[in-house]
Design a protein around this ligand. Sequence first.
Ligand SMILES: Nc1nc2c(ncn2[C@@H]2O[C@H](COP(=O)(O)OP(=O)(O)OP(=O)(O)O)[C@@H](O)[C@H]2O)c(=O)[nH]1
Ligand SMILES: [Mg+2]
Length: 470
Amino acid sequence: MFDRLDETIVAISSPPGCGIRGIVRLSGPLAFDCAASVFISDHGIDLLKAGGHERHMGRVRLTADAWLPAEAYTFRAPASYTRQDLVELHVPGSPPVLAMLLDQLLQAGARPAEPGEFTARAFYAGAIDLTGVEAVAAVIHAQTDAQLRASERLLHGALSRRTRGLREELADLLALIEAEIDFVEEPIEFVAPAQVLETVSRVADQLARLLNDSESVERLEVLPRIALVGLPNAGKSTLFNRLTGMDRAIQSSVAGTTRDVITAPLTLPGGEVIVCDTAGFIQASGNVHSGDDHPQLTAAIESITARAMADAELILVVIDATDAPARVLSEISDRLAGRRYEVVLNKTDALREPLPVIAGHQPVYVSAATGAGLDELRVRMSEILFKHAEKHGSELISLTQRHRDALQEAREALLRAASLFESSTDHSVPPAELLALEIRHAMHALSLLLGEVTTEDLLGRIFSRFCIGK
Ligand SMILES: Nc1nc2c(ncn2[C@@H]2O[C@H](COP(=O)(O)OP(=O)(O)OP(=O)(O)O)[C@@H](O)[C@H]2O)c(=O)[nH]1
Ligand SMILES: [Mg+2]
């Protein structure tokens, strides 16, 4: 699919839409010729003679008489991302400008790049392995800090480093076992059976650990949600804005200001979450809205709150500390039945009497207005949601299903190899051929993972996650 390496490819590689800077990227034998056909240096430098890792200021020609300021970044093979001659033209990021420039370059002899084709060239040239390719895709698709960090660890080779080391150990072992097979008649022992069992079991354990220490990309894409609920005017929106550092939610002294669910990401000590501000419980008895003129609207808003609560892993019940909090909690407790929630007593800055206590609860005392108590609230949320987070912390690597399947397949082959020792009833050494078969199977799974053995189908699936220009 990406085998036409002698063709020069071109694509817009900046994000779609308007931006300060737009980038058009060329790779291949004619990259410099194509770029030189549209680019004029301000300093009279011939782009065809430019070296690698240079930046040239100048202009690009869009039509016969329309020129725009531009910069050309030049990279000479093999010191480029694709290991080929590569030029990037940086121009003002307007979609029509980029489209016209692309058109000029196509006329000059380049062809449009397919999605992921620049990275495919890097892969074919041996610049990155397959897990690196997938990491580029994961970095492109990362939507949150947590995903980005995990993908970057993948990109920096954490997975290939660990699997490559394990495969080497298996290769060494396999060589010894094969020597046993080849020299079966000789009275030499190349490898002690105990050592075979030890290595096979240890590598299987390490594969299990790798699987445990990883976070699946799919799971990272779903962040835990925290819903803020409570009576009108409790200060939910003020708390939401203060926690997330965003002025997204309208906060006002008019009860019932928030009508819809507003969400924003929040980084806690153990990881990232999505916080949701809601309208809360507007039908609770005794509150100003119980005689609402619009019962249908009230019911609709309440059902939105209920849905936000259903999606949330943790609910923060925000209660005005100055307003009989124990009674308020008992009034709304039926709506919290069966849910994991924490009580947050807000507006402590306005309290004249001592902090109110609620029997059977350990509320977090905060003031959304001054920010008091918010650190404690963050820690409390983190403890509840990320109990296990510190265990792997920064070691997490984001793995795709393909990685997990390959690691699992290798591990199972090794477990089968280990079980050959158990099933040999008379404690005799299991046949070397069978051991070699399973070890080869495990090595093959790891090679597939690293992309040393590839199939067109596999490459197609991986590169289909890319956008054009990457
Ligand atoms: N003194 C004090 N006032 C606060 C605090 N937090 C919020 N308020 C005030 O309480 C009022 C209601 O705040 P909001 O954040 O809009 O409350 P809400 O729970 O989102 O209200 P609705 O969206 O109407 O349900 C506003 O006048 C805020 O300024 C606080 O910690 N201390
Ligand atoms: Mg609000």
